[in-house]
Design a protein around this ligand. Structure first.
Ligand SMILES: [Zn+2]
Length: 345
């Protein structure tokens, strides 16, 4: 053992790598593995990643060769959430054929497989597809075929854009229900949280639920804890982000007692300044309060994040121990809607 600071932390050499441990009363609690292998080797699930937001600049250039890489990279920089939404929409507008969606799916799943992700629930902005007037069935078939080539088991969440109102969202929900036996496991609500309250979509969520789908909702990312309460009233089984729950003790207790998970994406929240700084991110406090936490990337190249990176940030910035990170990784499978351990590696 090589001790760097006997009062606080120590670096311990073990058979499978080096571990930074917290020294406490003669005991050692592992707080991070300095070798990348531990986090890499961990079997992980990704439950909150947007297909359109997963497209690397180089892939978008391949899809839309009339663009320049300079233009694309400039678009991947934004000052806050609304500018990000515009960039996301701009990327999505360039996906003009089912083949483009299939390319995006292949690239995303290849990157997830490299990170030892075994299962992914990918969010497709079905509301955007319908608004573009594209053939949603053909796109679904193309992404399903692309996903079938991957070792990563995949299920789909179709989400609606809240600022466009309830009727377009209902069309998404109805279309999602029609593909319930065909890989779509949930209906979700995304877009500009300040531009549409979940409560206004109550009948749409009911339609999806009655049709046999699970429900998810972005909430408490940009606005407040009240938004999370509304998502729960609508039947959301997982909350996208939900970080503002930290402002409401009763909500934190509710999430912990009912075991309702938050899909946390630390890099996304920091990049879009939905927290004032990394150190102010509430992931540690929410976890310590017993709220189930799942780590996710949201839109990886748009926030320069990876799933492994999110686990490392949890370790480095918030002192998550190896045991805690293993528990977080298990949450990814426990709270998945369609994970079957024996179905695929
Ligand atoms: Zn999201």
């Amino acid at each position: 053992m090589r001790t760097e600071d006997s009062k606080r932390v120590a670096v311990v050499a073990m058979n499978d790598g080096f571990y930074v441990t917290r020294v406490d009363g003669g005991g050692h609690e592992v707080i991070m593995a300095t070798m990348p292998d531990f986090i890499h080797d961990l079997s992980k699930a990704e439950l909150h990643v947007h297909l359109e937001g997963s497209i690397e600049p180089a892939t978008l250039l391949e899809i839309a060769p009339a663009l320049s890489i300079e233009e694309i990279t400039a678009r991947y920089r934004y000052d806050g959430f609304i500018e990000f939404l515009k960039a996301f929409g701009w990327v999505a507008m360039h996906l003009s054929t089912p083949r483009h969606y299939a390319i995006a799916t292949r690239r995303l799943l290849a990157r997830l497989a490299q990170q030892n992700v075994r299962y992914a629930e990918i969010t497709l902005s079905a509301g955007v597809v319908l608004r573009k007037g594209q053939d949603l069935d053909a796109i679904h078939q193309a992404v399903r075929e692309a996903a079938s080539e991957s070792p990563v088991r995949t299920a789909w969440i179709w989400d609606a854009v809240r600022q466009w109102g309830a009727e377009p969202a209902r069309r998404v929900a109805e279309a999602a229900v029609s593909h319930r036996e065909d890989g779509v496991v949930a209906f979700g609500l995304g877009g500009d949280e300040a531009g549409g309250q979940a409560r206004d979509f109550g009948s749409v969520f009911r339609c999806a639920k009655d049709g046999g789908l699970h429900l998810v909702c972005h909430a408490g990312e940009v606005t407040d804890a009240e938004s999370v309460w509304q998502a729960l009233e609508c039947g959301a089984e997982r909350i996208g982000h939900g970080i503002r729950a930290i402002d409401d003790d009763a909500l934190v207790r509710h999430l912990a007692e009912r075991e309702i998970p938050l899909e946390v994406s630390i890099s996304s929240n920091v990049c879009l300044r939905n927290v004032t700084s990394l150190e102010h991110h509430p992931v540690r406090r929410l976890y310590d309060a017993g709220v189930p936490i799942v780590l996710n990337t949201d839109d990886p190249p748009m926030f320069q994040s990876t799933l492994e990176g999110e686990y490392r940030i949890a370790a480095d910035a918030f002192g998550f121990t190896e045991a805690e990170l293993r528990a977080v990784a298990r949450n990814g499978f426990q709270y998945a809607f369609a994970w079957q351990p024996d179905s695929k590696p």
